[in-house]
Design a protein around this ligand. Structure first.
Ligand SMILES: *Cc1c(COP(=O)(O)O)cnc(C)c1O
Length: 356
């Protein structure tokens, strides 16, 4: 039995998207591919509000997260860490042989502009990594305020992960001074996993020209060269790019403002449910994620039993990530979900809870 996914990625995929993925195959060096690629790129630029280059990589998000570090860190990198994915990114930066420091805050807390300012003011860094929406903890850091700081440090390349937020809210890449914006498509974009999108500003492209040891698969210069021909360095996941193309059309058909509004309504519904049932929130406002809610298990519900009961009814949620497993649980509200889907899921949660 398929379990309807309310976990923070992968998420439910619309039948129309699965259908787009079964489009007959084309060769990636054929004209048809260049047309598809160019169209997708233009739609992404419109969505991301950027004039920067937009590239498609066949990998999960971490492939490009590693690639960005290899391409863009020269002198030293600061990794802002406030959860499992950002902690990992620091580890990945070190594993790539880069000089890097972690600025860590307690899980559940945001990365603030003050923290960014304090780190960049040391003058030690020429690159920084930040996760906009820490999916492990349900914390969203304030990008516009952080961007105001970034604009004062033009020598620092900003590498920002928007895996679980891009398209759920307005993230204007250029206005936010993001040099390299990265997202996988299996979360907020509601596509099957295996494709990542990233941008590179002129500043980022100039930087990577000066960097040794970029490797091949994620070499930004290779992407930039292939991009001139609306192509990718190696064979891309063409079926997924068809799906991305279709999803972008669906996003624009819904309308950006209505899409953002829908996400706000979804978040509100889950937050109200969490509160009315006596659970707490792992983070305070205004930092609660718009795309998933990380609740604290204040009333000691047997989360394993709840998860099992809900699974038997055909639904899946997450009972906490890493070191906060069991103490927290996460309900995702991103992608193509509608209020009715969430209401259906929450009713099942209520049913199972009543019988525990
Ligand atoms: C899921 C996630 C990742 C990791 O993505 P993969 O596609 O599994 O590599 C990175 N960052 C954030 C914020 C995520 O939610």
């Amino acid at each position: 039995m398929h379990k309807k996914l309310f976990i923070p990625g992968p998420v439910e995929i619309a039948p129309e998207i699965l259908q787009a993925m079964s489009t007959p195959m084309i060769g990636h060096r054929m004209k048809e591919y260049a047309v598809l690629h160019k169209g997708v790129k233009e739609k992404l630029k419109r969505l991301l509000e950027t004039e920067d280059r937009v590239f498609l990589a066949t990998s999960s998000a971490f492939g490009v997260m590693e690639g960005a570090v290899r391409n863009l860190v020269g002198k030293r990198c600061v990794n802002f860490c406030n959860g499992a994915f950002s902690d990992k990114w620091h580890d990945v930066t070190l594993r790539c042989g880069k000089a890097a420091d972690a600025v860590k805050v307690e899980w559940g807390r945001p990365i603030t502009p003050e923290l960014v300012e304090a780190a960049l003011a040391t003058g030690k860094y020429d690159a920084m990594t930040l996760i906009h929406n820490e999916t492990s903890t349900g914390v969203m850091s304030p990008l516009p305020e952080i961007a105001a700081v970034l604009k004062r440090y033009p020598e620092v390349i900003s590498i920002i992960d928007t895996v679980s937020s891009m398209s759920a809210m307005r993230i204007p890449v250029d206005e936010l001074a993001i040099d390299c914006c990265i997202f996988g498509v299996q979360k907020a974009f509601a596509l099957p996993p295996g494709l990542a999108v990233f941008t590179a500003s002129n500043k980022a492209l100039a930087r990577c020209q000066t960097i040794e040891g970029r490797g091949y698969y994620f070499d930004f210069m290779e992407f930039a060269a292939a991009d001139e021909k609306d192509n990718t360095p190696s064979t891309p996941c063409i079926s997924q790019i068809y799906a991305l193309d279709r999803q972008l059309d669906r996003i624009f058909a819904e309308g950006l403002e209505p899409r953002w509004q829908r996400h706000r309504a979804l978040a509100q519904l889950v937050r109200d449910w969490v509160q009315s049932h006596g659970y707490g929130f792992f983070t305070d406002e205004p930092y609660r994620s718009l795309t998933l809610t990380c609740a604290t298990n204040l009333i000691n519900t047997d989360l394993a039993a709840l998860k099992k009961g809900v699974a038997e009814r055909g639904y899946a949620f997450d009972d906490g990530y890493g070191k906060i497993k069991g103490k927290t649980f996460r309900i995702a509200h991103m992608g193509d979900l509608q209020l009715a889907d969430l209401r259906e899921f929450l009713a099942v949660m209520d049913d199972v809870l009543a019988k525990l």
